[in-house]
Design a binder for this molecule. Structure first.
Ligand code: PEP
Ligand code: MN
Length: 359
């Protein structure tokens, strides 16, 4: 791979990475890669060579044997390739085969020691590294992994959102918790953020919906698992799609851009946004007014020895506002979380008033 081509990796949007969950045989990898390349919609080939599995006893990858297969697939299709590394040894072995990119998987991101060892192994190389979110919803681990890789002098880093392991989540294999990925986009606006709708979904039928959501949220691209014969896959069979299905998913996504190419449309957006800004200003003023009244109530309660939290009054407000909101087209979830935030702050303020008085 030339350096110029490598640099393009982060320039193209949307950037699409696809390939099997695991490289299983040379034949499976090559035939999948060929069909993926034929779709004309994919920019990079992926495959897991070492598979960190949550529990032992299942296929753990072909190991280093698979790396020459990846190289051959690259030669055959012209697609650059990436593999996952989970420790320093794997990073060293992979680098010997000149991959175009490496990625760090969710289970590894959750381990600062492993990430640091990988970072040290990659120090001084010009490799590209994508970092998946940790398996648990802990953003500091994700940021920490990024800092470790960047701290080793690796400049070309990006992020992959693949959902989080949480109890009680039924719809997805891994709960997307989009707000966490959005927070990482806010923290690191200069980094590319891809979405892996495959692992979020855990099943084929909702990959498209999850991918569309990511594109609507201005993600820079997607990583999708695709296998020539998903039902026979050695790992993640329920969530892999054939290259034909992949092509269909990619062509039915409505790709969005940050701005319209028509200047007058951008003007309309600007006007609407300035209305929003104005309303936000007014809301802030109203919130300040509301909190000032809260402070007075706090003082009153303090002077008259009245409890801060009065569940009946709180329930009454909640009920009344939810009903009012419903009539005006606002969802009860929204009203509830809005009121909880406002009421919570109000209680904090009243506490502060009383605390200060005590001193
Ligand atoms: C994978 O991409 O096949 C994989 C193991 O993903 P994750 O680390 O997101 O579970
Ligand atoms: Mn997988």
């Amino acid at each position: 791979m030339t350096k110029e081509l490598k640099r393009e990796i982060f320039d193209k949007k949307p950037y699409i990475i696809a390939g099997p969950c695991s490289a299983e045989t040379e034949e499976q990898l090559t035939s999948t890669a060929k069909l993926i390349a034929e779709t004309g919609k994919v920019d990079m080939l992926r495959a897991g060579i070492w598979k960190p599995r949550t529990r032992p006893g299942s296929f753990e990858g072909v190991g280093v044997t698979g790396l020459p297969w990846m190289q051959k697939a690259r030669d055959l299709t012209g697609l650059p390739f990436c593999v996952e590394v989970a420790n320093a040894k794997q990073a060293e072995l992979a680098m010997a085969f000149n991959p175009d990119m490496l990625w760090i998987g969710a289970r590894t991101t959750a381990s600062p020691t492993a990430v640091q060892e990988i970072a040290d192994a990659l120090r001084g190389t010009e490799t590209f590294v994508l970092i998946k979110n940790p398996i648990n919803p802990e953003l500091e681990l994700w940021s920490g992994a990024l800092e470790r890789i960047q701290g080793a002098g690796i400049k070309n880093v990006g992020l992959i959102h693949r959902g989080f392991s949480v109890y009680g989540n039924m719809e997805y294999r891994y709960a997307p918790m989009w707000h966490l990925a959005i927070e990482m986009k806010r923290r690191y606006p200069e980094l590319i953020m891809l979405c892996d709708p495959t692992h979020i979904s855990g099943r084929r039928d909702i990959i498209h919906t999850v991918a569309q959501r990511a594109i609507d949220l201005d993600f820079d691209g997607l990583m999708i698992e695709s296998h020539i014969n998903p039902d026979d896959a050695l790992t993640d069979k329920k969530q892999q799609v054939t290259p034909a299905m992949l092509s269909e998913i990619l062509s039915s996504i409505i790709w969005k851009q940050e701005k319209s190419p028509e200047p007058e449309k951008n003007l309309i957006l600007m006007q609407l946004r300035s209305q929003i800004d104005q309303i936000d200003d007014e809301l802030i003023q109203l919130l300040v007014k509301r909190m000032q009244v809260s402070d007075k109530i706090g003082l009153f309660k303090k002077e008259n020895n009245i409890t801060i939290l009065q569940p009946e009054r709180w329930n009454e407000i909640l009920q009344k506002e939810i009903e009012k909101g419903a009539k005006l087209g606002l969802s009860s979830e929204f009203i509830k979380s809005y009121l909880e935030a406002v009421h919570g702050e109000s209680i904090n303020r009243q506490n502060a008033v009383i605390y200060e008085r005590k001193e």
